[in-house]
Design a protein around this ligand. Structure first.
Ligand SMILES: [Zn+2]
Length: 306
């Protein structure tokens, strides 16, 4: 059985939104440290992500929007995009490596060079709408990866998002694209409060009240997503893997524990085996308590490598 890829790049750590910002370079450091200290029995391969050029963003993000972001990049210090999203001189570069990881992982899995892949990258992407960067996100990497799979000849794909925040960008981008199923679980009501009431056959929303625990989360997700996925029959599954629904997370208000991330990952892997020949590309989104984040990623990877 082909391996699981773990993609990252050191330049993803150069994007920094200032001291005390929860979406910090230390997140990737914490993940990598624990992942590298875990014995994967040869089933996990570490890969340096390539950088994409700006032209690769065109399928999702209009040129004028990308150009405006480029012009905003400061020579030093910070440039604010919104109250909690800002650029330093290296932010755009980091985002192009994050997209590069997503696209390379997609190509490798489609080519059968790997069974599945996890991209340990930042900035995250699922809040990025086609022409709005927001919520710590610049480019919507998971949307670009899904688009890549469709461009390679697949006719149906699915994006599953279990970040504590709703993947508004992904829904905005694909709400009128029936070939892309988007399933998103999220605390509700909560940030960002956009595109969380879209009614379409290809959009499956799973709002959860604050304080919901792993049992509630798993029951809701398994019931709704199984039905949606069996109906859609995706040829490939993408995951917006946010770990901020963990009960230790300082931003989220749900109460998942480490093992819930193992369980939801197994559940997704089983369904990918049913319809998509096991093809999964998973991308890091949120997760801000460093220890809980690193442990939860390891649980996620445990399901992917088996
Ligand atoms: Zn989040």
């Amino acid at each position: 059985m082909p391996k699981t890829l773990f993609l990252g790049h050191k330049n993803c750590r150069r994007h920094d939104m200032g001291q005390g910002h929860p979406e910090s370079p230390q997140r990737l450091q914490a993940i990598e440290q624990l992942v590298r200290a875990t014995d994967w029995q040869g089933k996990l391969s570490f890969v340096d992500a390539p950088k994409v050029d700006l032209a690769c963003l065109g399928g999702i993000h209009p040129k004028h929007h990308v150009q405006a972001l480029m012009e905003l990049v400061p020579e030093q210090g910070f440039a604010d995009i919104d109250a909690d999203t800002r650029l330093n001189p290296y932010s755009l570069d980091a985002a192009l490596y994050a997209v590069g990881a997503a696209l390379h992982a997609t190509d490798q899995v489609i080519a059968g060079q790997a069974g599945n892949a996890f991209c340990s990258v930042r900035p995250p992407g699922h809040h990025a709408e086609s022409a709005i960067a927001m919520g710590f996100c610049l480019f919507n990497s998971v949307a670009l990866a899904a688009e890549r799979a469709l461009a390679s000849g697949m006719s149906r794909v699915a994006i599953l998002d279990f970040d504590v925040h709703h993947g508004n960008g992904t829904v905005e981008i694909f709400q009128d694209r029936p070939e892309v199923l988007v399933c998103s679980s999220f605390q509700y009501p909560f940030y960002p409060g956009r595109f969380d009431d879209v009614v379409r056959p290809n959009i499956c929303l799973t709002p959860l009240t604050a304080g919901s625990d792993g049992a509630v989360f798993r029951q809701a997700v398994e019931r709704q997503w199984t039905r949606a996925l069996r109906r859609h029959q995706p040829e490939m599954i993408f995951i917006s893997a946010g770990f901020d629904a963990h009960r230790d997370d300082p931003l989220g208000g749900l109460n998942l524990q480490d093992e819930d991330f193992l369980a939801v990952s197994w559940f997704i892997k089983d369904l990918a085996g049913e319809t998509a020949q096991g093809r999964i590309v998973s991308l890091l989104e949120g997760g801000y308590q460093l220890d809980a984040l690193a442990r939860s990623v390891v649980q996620h990877l445990k399901a992917l490598v088996e």
